[in-house]
Design a protein around this ligand. Structure first.
Ligand code: ISL
Ligand code: CA
Length: 562
């Protein structure tokens, strides 16, 4: 596949509210990020993805934008933002911004106008419909509980909001709206940013009739995904956006795509399609969801993880590029979810990191992952801040569920697991703020923090640094084929990545038990070198048969000739 700078990059995701507070108000900010740029450079990442920093009433922590071309006061000023961009560029790093255009805030000037009257010139910037016999226009449910429709008295109609009722969906059918979005994107690109991460971009086109999931239903809500995921005009819109905006700049784009299959993903990221560079899919993030969705927690199976990764690696091979992530600001911490955050804290964090960095695609590291930050268990719901969590709590309480079981699902799946402040040191509030943090710090900060990680040569941080360096030297990590090994084994995840130049063997023990690795007979090589491992391993060891220790990870380079 063609070489591109974003294929050779490792991305670091920053959730600004929780990264670093510079002025003691308890909220992370731009100046805080600027003070940590040397830290990011030491880690060796190439690109920073900054979650939304735009003006917002913060109903959904910045994903409800009231002005796309100004900075949220809590975070600083446009001048601070310019300084951040320059600071990154001066250090050879790039910046991609979050683009949230499936919806805006209800406090955005467009919506303020839109709701005034049916003939307002901004009316069609949003999706308005009359009710049906005193009920919402259809039975779609919001991602954040309840109906996806909100009645507005002013004009006696309902507006659509797939997320909170303060996040009305924009109407992409309207060419004027699309043009405004493109102009806004160009405004940021002309300031020199290096691309966009596009929030729920595969939801922008809705089936025009907006049909109910269950005909005639008025009493319960359903996930209307079939009518708004990968909708009828989504590729037309993205190709238009590419033609008018993206193609004019040397940038990277990654679209968040809920419910997308690898076959559909190829339509978004196929190199001949002129849409996006990568998508974030959710298949892996859904491995522990039961039939009633994310809060219906079931244990994940290694066989599912192996199957999903193999499918994405093979399906996009020679067609498009993968994005690789195991957690972000919407997901529980990967270490608590897929590893072991107590006994094998370091080992399992490094094992998961090895997976993340040895597949085809661009790895995304979420802040704190590189020091092994874990999930959190706050004693009461009062300490939680996330709108999705709080709405779900109320809804399930009203439905008669007991508090303990609701709290348990929050401990496993709640988004605030990933939003506790970055743990910089063992100082008060983990060195994140001199004031009161907007959300409590994870009490394990005295053991798990950046200061400690930088001092310890065996830390998770230093292992990440080494993985990032390896990716630069061994081309094969990104660009090459994937062959699954030991497919039926329920402890070991192993695979070969190869191209004409190199062959890498990756061996991961996904459990806290020992496991026996056996290399397939037909894999031939003359010599092997150990590139990285999370335990001491003798270079001379015969790799045809290895007794792996708990969560052991090894990456070998197999050489054909001397
Ligand atoms: O996984 C989810 C569905 O229950 C949600 O956590 C999440 O809302 C979904 O992944 C979409 O995420 C993006 O859009 C949301 C915003 O709240 C998330 O933070 C963002 O990443 C609405 O803008
Ligand atoms: Ca602050």
């Amino acid at each position: 596949m063609a070489k591109q700078w974003w294929k050779d990059s490792v991305v670091y995701q920053i959730y600004p509210r929780s990264f670093m507070d510079s002025n003691g108000d308890g909220i992370g900010d731009l100046k805080g990020i600027i003070s940590k740029l040397d830290y990011l450079q030491t880690l060796g990442v190439d690109v920073v993805w900054l979650c939304p920093v735009y003006e917002s009433p913060n109903d959904d922590n910045g994903y409800d934008i009231s002005n796309y071309q100004s900075i949220m006061k809590d975070f600083g000023t446009l001048a601070d933002w310019e300084e951040l961009l320059k600071g990154l560029h001066d250090r050879g790093m790039k910046l991609i911004m979050d683009l949230v255009v499936n919806h805006s805030s209800d406090e955005h000037a467009w919506f303020v106008e839109s709701r005034k009257s049916k003939d307002n010139e901004y009316r069609d910037y949003y999706i308005w419909r009359p009710g049906q016999d005193g009920h919402a226009p259809n039975d779609w449910g919001s991602f954040f509980s309840g109906s996806a429709w909100q009645y507005d008295e002013q004009t006696e109609e309902y507006f659509l909001h797939l997320f909170s009722k303060k996040q009305p969906d924009l109407n992409w059918e309207n060419p004027k709206l699309r043009q405004e979005v493109y102009d806004m994107m160009k405004w940021w690109l002309d300031k020199g940013i290096d691309g966009f991460r596009m929030d729920v971009i595969n939801l922008i086109s809705k089936v025009p009739e907006l049909p109910s999931v269950v005909e005639g239903n008025h009493d319960s809500y359903h996930f209307g995904g079939d009518y708004f995921m990968n909708g009828p005009r989504v590729h037309e819109y993205l190709q238009e956006m590419n033609r008018e905006v993206l193609s004019k700049y040397d940038i990277m784009t990654v679209g968040e795509a809920i419910g997308v299959t690898p076959e559909e993903a190829a339509l978004y990221v196929g190199e001949e399609r002129n849409e996006l560079n990568m998508v974030f899919h959710f298949e892996l993030m859904d491995v522990d969801s039961g039939e009633h969705g994310k809060w219906d927690v079931k244990p994940w199976k290694l066989s599912d993880i192996k199957r999903i990764i193999k499918k994405w690696q093979l399906e996009l091979q020679d067609k498009g590029w993968n994005s690789l992530y195991l957690n972000n600001h919407d997901q529980p911490r990967m270490l608590s979810r897929f590893g072991n955050d107590t006994v094998y804290h370091k080992e399992s964090a490094k094992m998961l990191a090895t997976l993340l960095h040895t597949l085809q695609g661009t790895p995304y590291i979420y802040q704190g992952e590189e020091i092994g930050m874990t999930n959190v268990k706050f004693a009461s719901i009062e300490e939680y801040k996330d709108i999705e969590t709080l709405n779900m709590y109320q809804e399930q309480l009203a439905a008669g569920k007991d508090v303990d079981s609701i709290m348990n699902s929050i401990y496993v799946k709640g988004r605030d697991n990933g939003r506790t402040p970055m743990q910089w040191s063992s100082d008060r509030h983990a060195g994140f703020t001199k004031g009161m943090p907007w959300i409590s710090v994870n009490p394990n900060y005295e053991q798990i923090n950046v200061e400690q990680a930088l001092q310890d040569p065996e830390s998770i941080f230093h292992y990440y640094k080494k993985l990032i360096e390896l990716r630069k030297v061994h081309n094969v990590t990104g660009y090459s084929n994937y062959r699954a090994l030991m497919e039926d084994n329920d402890r070991i995840f192993a695979y070969i990545r190869s191209n004409n130049e190199e062959q890498l063997l990756v061996i991961l023990n996904f459990t806290g038990e020992p496991a026996s690795f056996v290399l397939d007979e037909d894999i031939r090589y003359q010599r092997n070198t150990l590139l990285i491992s999370n335990y001491d391993a003798a270079e001379s060891e015969d790799i045809r048969h290895i007794e792996l220790r708990p969560y052991e990870a090894r990456v070998y380079k197999l050489l054909k000739k001397q």
